[in-house]
Design a protein around this ligand. Structure first.
Ligand code: NDP
Length: 444
């Protein structure tokens, strides 16, 4: 069977699911040529078995807001594959969220979790609930209503959700509180909890910190130095701001962050004071970046309304940390023009297929792929599960040490399997690990 035959069949079966089809195509374009030397995986129909989720749960969430109005949302959990361990992956709350997006994320998550070397399968879930529309109390009500259905599908040895876009430590608190109440058990059925009640130190920071650890390994391996770089970051949420924090600690010049309304450019680079102001704005006040433009930092920033950071001049590294498909071919060309030679993917699938093809065809630009770069978040979630199972609480130093060691192993794996092409290395290594376990279980 050729790759095109396979993709045509997948499209017939999943019409209109463009992000899911894109994710499978992106991975299998690397995997299929490699399968020529590994016919046993084709005979055992691994491409089919690893692209189709084990199970998709879809449910209605009916809840009453603080003004007494009935509200209705849709919830999902896509349990993609548990060959390597209990299902594991985040929950996303976003207006207009579609099952298509969650299927792509769950597929990617399976290989990402495999790369960590920890015993975790892949899943993703969420709802089309829009947290930006509501006050804190309504978000609490929604989380409770969501968990009233989700609880029956998850558990510490079954499926362990965490956060993602729109679901941070606050939402995990509401979700875990409801789970605990219904089950009358204090068990690690969710990760991303506050360290004050069963969470791991460094979980909040892990995806951003892990991104920087991976980037540092890459630069050191290719003869560069992180502290010489000028970095564009998109997004200003959990991943973006903790990546910025680690970069600042390493004395790196950060030129931007963004949100869905525009880009904040730092004229002389981000400072620790600016980072603290951004954390308060985004994590506490849930405000917009243009508020910085008019505040006490107004002389240090330019705000570009409706713009992404990719057109800013004079950077070497781009860290997309907002959402999928945020860099198309035109944006990739703008990055090249700006002087960027490394795209370090912190958000999931930030490049469109065209942009990925364009960049991979260049000798002067390298992609560090999301399923490796951002695996630090789920890795520390895995460590949170271990701590919960042992009734232990590890120090921040210990967790950070483990995170650094896991990111170093992921880097070495990608290097070995990809021979210089990190996208290929991550895709093949992740696929092989899951495939070997699936074959060992026989036909089920
Ligand atoms: P957050 O919700 O904390 O932040 C998301 C950021 O991206 C916000 O600044 C948001 O802006 C911006 N954003 C979202 N959608 C768009 C859009 N369509 N256009 C422009 N900007 C947008 O999410 P996270 O930081 O947790 O996640 C960011 C990415 O990292 C996602 O791809 C996620 O899947 C991935 N990831 C996250 C992990 C984690 O541990 N949190 C782990 C691994 C991957 P606004 O406020 O305006 O919406």
């Amino acid at each position: 069977m050729t790759l095109n035959d396979f993709l045509n069949k997948l499209e017939d079966k999943n019409p209109g699911q463009s992000e899911y089809l894109q994710a499978v195509r992106d991975v299998y374009e690397d995997v299929f040529p490699w399968l020529d030397g590994h016919k046993e995986y084709l005979e055992e129909k691994l491409p089919e078995r690893l692209s189709e989720p084990d199970r998709i749960l879809e449910f209605r969430i009916t809840w009453r807001d603080g003004k007494g109005n009935i509200r209705i949302n849709t919830g999902w959990r896509v349990q993609h594959n548990n060959a390597l361990g209990a299902y594991k992956g985040g929950l996303r709350f976003k207006e207009g969220l579609k099952l298509d997006t969650l299927k792509f994320l769950a597929f990617e998550q399976t290989f990402k979790d495999a790369l960590t070397g920890l015993p975790m399968g892949g899943a993703k879930g969420g709802s089309d609930f829009n947290p930006k529309e509501f006050e804190k109390e309504d978000i609490e009500r929604f989380c409770q209503a969501y968990m009233i259905e989700l609880y029956r599908h998850i558990g510490q040895d079954t499926d362990v959700p965490a956060g993602d876009i729109g679901v941070g430590a606050r939402e995990i608190g509401y979700l875990f509180g409801t789970y605990k109440k219904i089950e009358n058990k204090f068990q690690g059925a969710l990760t991303g909890k506050s360290p004050a009640f069963g969470g791991s130190c460094i979980r909040e920071e892990a995806t951003g910190y892990g991104t920087v650890y991976f980037l540092k390994h890459y630069l050191e391996n290719s003869g560069g130095a992180l502290e010489d770089k000028k970095v564009l970051i998109s997004g200003s949420g959990n991943v973006a701001l903790f990546a910025a924090e680690k970069l600042l600690n390493l004395d790196v010049n950060i030129k931007s962050v963004s949100d869905s309304d525009g880009t904040l450019e730092f004229k002389e680079g981000m400072t620790f004071d600016l980072l603290e102001a951004l954390k308060v704005l985004k994590f506490e006040k849930r405000g917009r970046l243009n508020e910085i433009e008019t505040g006490k930092f107004k002389d240090q920033v330019n705000y570009h309304k409706g713009k992404q950071p990719w057109g800013l001049e004079g950077a070497n590294v781009a860290i997309p940390a907002a959402t999928q498909n945020e860099i198309g071919e035109n944006e990739a060309k703008a990055l090249l023009k700006s002087g960027v030679d490394t795209i370090c993917e912190a958000s999931n699938m930030p490049l469109t297929t065209d942009a990925t093809k364009y960049v991979r065809g260049l000798k002067s630009m390298t992609i560090l792929p999301s399923k490796a770069v951002n695996a630090g978040g789920v890795a520390v979630s895995g460590l949170e599960r271990s701590q919960n199972a042992e009734y232990q609480h590890w120090s921040a130093e210990k967790v950070d040490g483990e995170l650094q060691s896991i990111m170093s192993d992921i880097f070495k794996t990608c290097l070995k399997y990809g021979e210089g092409d990190f996208v290929k290395g991550a895709n093949i290594a992740g696929f092989e690990r899951v495939a070997n376990a699936v074959i060992a279980y026989g036909a089920n």
